[in-house]
Design a protein around this ligand. Structure first.
Ligand SMILES: C[S@@+](CC[C@H](N)C(=O)[O-])C[C@H]1O[C@@H](n2cnc3c(N)ncnc32)[C@H](O)[C@@H]1O
Length: 271
């Protein structure tokens, strides 16, 4: 997979040399190219921003450097390769595990982290007419720039690429993993020693009984989701719940409504 990042702070992307993403780069699974947007400016101050039309505080990123940078990067593709443009912005659609999975299947992503009040709208319109452009938010808060969101998205996407995680199975049981975990949070996890500061671990995990362990993990996932993200249970497709799931939901105070979707009938159980 090829990833291009255009930024005025290339050094902010240094963490892409570390850990899982760094190793994937070293192995040649990820071709990451970080570009300094100021290379596409032509004045002596390398200006990338200007005052907003209509007035108001803050500055807006000028369209010309972005246009030149994107044209050159896109033209560097081989044959008729076309990138997906990922535009971090708090006003975008939420970045979810589902989107991470979708983007992990694309051969080429170009990220455009902005600063100031964002990029002149015409850039998004211009490329949106010819390319798959995704405006994406990593959460309901505003950061000073899009570089941290790019680090977040690249890590979430890269760990899904075949051969990047040591154990290919490990992301299948993650919170939000497509399939049985799509609308569930993963429950607690434990490792050795079996007793630490007087605290043991749930007996079932020592039983060696795979069926019982899987059931316990799923029940714990329901408990945690009930407590921390009840909105996930409300939106879940009830067809994804088996008989035991429904029993657990009932214990936690949930019941199906007329449309089959589950709603809470009692206050959440505290830990
Ligand atoms: C200060 S923010 C601009 C916020 C913009 N004025 C607004 O209210 O929507 C500057 C840049 O940081 C990035 N950014 C900030 N918060 C973000 C978020 N939650 N998700 C993705 N990108 C974000 C984007 O690249 C954004 O253009």
């Amino acid at each position: 997979m090829r990833l291009d990042v255009v930024t005025i702070f290339p050094e902010y992307l240094e963490p892409l040399n570390v850990s899982l993403v760094g190793k994937a780069r070293a192995r040649g699974q990820l071709d990451v190219r970080v570009h300094d947007l100021r290379n596409w400016t032509h004045d002596k101050h390398n200006t990338v921003d200007d005052t907003p039309y209509g007035g108001g505080p803050g500055m807006v990123m000028k369209p010309e450097p972005w246009g030149e940078a994107l044209d050159e990067i896109i033209a560097s593709g081989q044959g008729d390769e076309r990138p997906v443009l990922v535009v971090p912005t708090p006003s975008g659609r939420p970045f979810t595990q589902e989107l991470a999975v979708e983007l992990s299947g694309k051969p080429w992503l170009v990220f455009t982290p902005a600063r100031y009040e964002g990029i002149d709208r015409r850039v998004i319109e211009e490329y949106g007419e010819r390319f798959d452009v995704r405006e994406v938010s990593i959460g309901d808060y505003v950061l000073a720039g899009g570089e941290a969101p790019v680090l977040v998205m690249v890590e979430a996407i890269a760990r899904l690429l075949p051969g990047v995680l040591g154990n290919a199975e490990s992301h299948r049981d993650d919170s939000f993993a497509p399939g049985a975990m799509a609308d569930l949070l993963e429950g607690p996890v434990y490792t050795k020693p079996p007793e630490w500061r007087g605290r043991g671990i749930p007996e079932v995990l020592l039983s060696g009984h795979h069926g019982r362990i899987a059931r316990w993990r799923r029940d714990e996932a329901f408990k945690r989701t009930d407590r921390n993200r009840p909105d996930l249970i409300e939106r879940a497709d009830p067809a994804s719940f088996d008989k035991k799931d429904r029993e657990m939901l009932s214990i936690l105070g949930w019941a199906p409504g007329p449309d089959g979707r589950f709603g809470r009938t009692a206050p959440a159980v505290e830990e």
